[in-house]
Design a protein around this ligand. Structure first.
Ligand SMILES: *Cc1c(COP(=O)(O)O)cnc(C)c1O
Length: 372
């Protein structure tokens, strides 16, 4: 069986280091925030080439607090894509602001920069580009548009730890960058976690207060805050894992290169990495119009796949109140119908890549024969 992800394989490789780090937190009893979290904030911020890092309990909370720090609330509009994980949009709702969608560029699965300006109104306050699957959105045009219209840029980098745009690490390119440390992400906690990184001291101050009940000092609540603190055990685990992240990213890129090479002589539509990006392959998604047949056939051969994501957010029943309908964002809708994520994790072997690619190519050839 080839799993879609294998968290156990990764743990096996770092077991002694991680166990020692967790035991140390148990000894020091710094269960929430504390020195391990503070050290991880510094280390991860500098990994992202940013000055400040604020650890929070989830990636969703990171987005929520970044939006609040930017002063976004009721009557404001925030531009993002409908082809993303639902959390991007939920975080906008939490602030009382309205999400306004812009379609994706079908080659990259990230925001179509040519479509942004027509979505801007006098209520627009921010843009959230999503670095989906680990590939950075085309940031330069986004920053230029944001500057011209006075908008804040918040990167949703939940799938893109260590990805680079024109040589710069994501997260520190816009005004703020939001990361998730959900276990399955490229850098995953043993539980939940998230972080905002930024070069802005004022945003940092506000987010530090908001994550811990809006308190300036204990019991001095100057803002209406939240309980969004990052746990000590997660900080300690993430510090250990950060030391391995570059090696794991290289391994993901090797897996992607193997798939690209093995599928090159077929009609299979493989993901495209733009010349401006260093893609970190959180997800390796191919496209097919026979997706459910392919997924079933691969499952029958013991190959697990995923779909990220089958319904674009504008067509989810929870967000029907936004008033969008089928046909509004054709590239997002087509991607949602066609994408199929192949097994992708750092420990995936060359032999396993060959097995997956062979099975995919048989399906592609069958489809070709049926067509003629
Ligand atoms: C995972 C994810 C989030 C949310 O992160 P959580 O830690 O699960 O709250 C937000 N945006 C995207 C694109 C994600 O993949």
């Amino acid at each position: 069986m080839i799993p879609f992800v294998d968290l156990k394989a990764q743990y096996t490789g770092i077991k002694d280091e991680v166990n020692a780090a967790i035991l140390n937190v148990l000894e020091t009893c710094q269960f929430t925030l504390g020195t391990e979290v503070a050290a991880f904030e510094d280390e991860f911020a500098s990994y992202c080439q940013a000055q400040y890092g604020i650890g929070v309990n989830t990636g969703t909370s990171a987005l929520h607090l970044a939006l609040l720090a930017a002063g976004i609330g009721a009557n404001d509009e925030v531009i993002t894509v409908p082809f993303t994980f639902v959390a991007t949009v939920a975080a906008i709702y939490y602030t009382g602001a309205k999400p306004v969608f812009v379609d994706i560029d079908p080659r990259t699965f990230t925001i179509d920069v040519k479509a942004i300006e027509s979505a801007i109104t006098d209520k627009t306050k921010a843009i959230i580009p999503v670095h989906l699957y680990g590939q950075p959105a085309d940031m330069d045009p986004i920053l230029e548009i944001a500057k011209r219209h006075g908008l804040v840029v918040i990167e949703d980098a939940a799938q893109a730890h260590g990805a680079e745009y024109k040589g710069r690490r994501v997260g520190s390119i816009g005004d703020m960058g939001c990361f998730s440390f959900y276990p399955g992400k490229n850098l995953g906690a043993y539980g939940e976690g998230g972080m905002v990184v930024t070069n802005n001291a004022e945003y940092t101050r506000t987010i530090r207060m908001l994550r811990d009940w809006g308190a300036e000092q204990k019991y001095q609540h100057v803002l209406k805050g939240y309980n969004y603190r990052l746990e000590g055990i997660q900080g300690a685990v993430l510090r250990v894992k950060l030391r391995h992240l570059d090696a794991w990213t290289e391994a993901r890129r090797t897996v992607a290169a193997s798939y690209n090479e093995l599928l090159a002589d077929s009609d299979v539509q493989t993901p495209e990495a733009m010349p401006y990006s260093r893609h970190v392959y959180h997800i390796y998604a191919i496209r097919t119009q026979q997706r459910s047949e392919w997924q079933q056939a691969l499952q029958a051969k013991g190959i697990q796949t995923g779909i990220h994501y089958p319904i674009p957010v504008h067509l989810l029943s929870a967000y029907a109140d936004l008033g969008y309908t089928q046909g509004d964002f054709p590239h997002s809708e087509q991607a949602a119908d066609e994408v199929l994520s192949l097994p992708m994790f750092p420990e995936l072997s060359r032999e396993q890549c060959e097995e997956v690619s062979e099975a995919v190519m048989i399906l592609a050839n069958q489809q070709f024969v049926e067509l003629i």
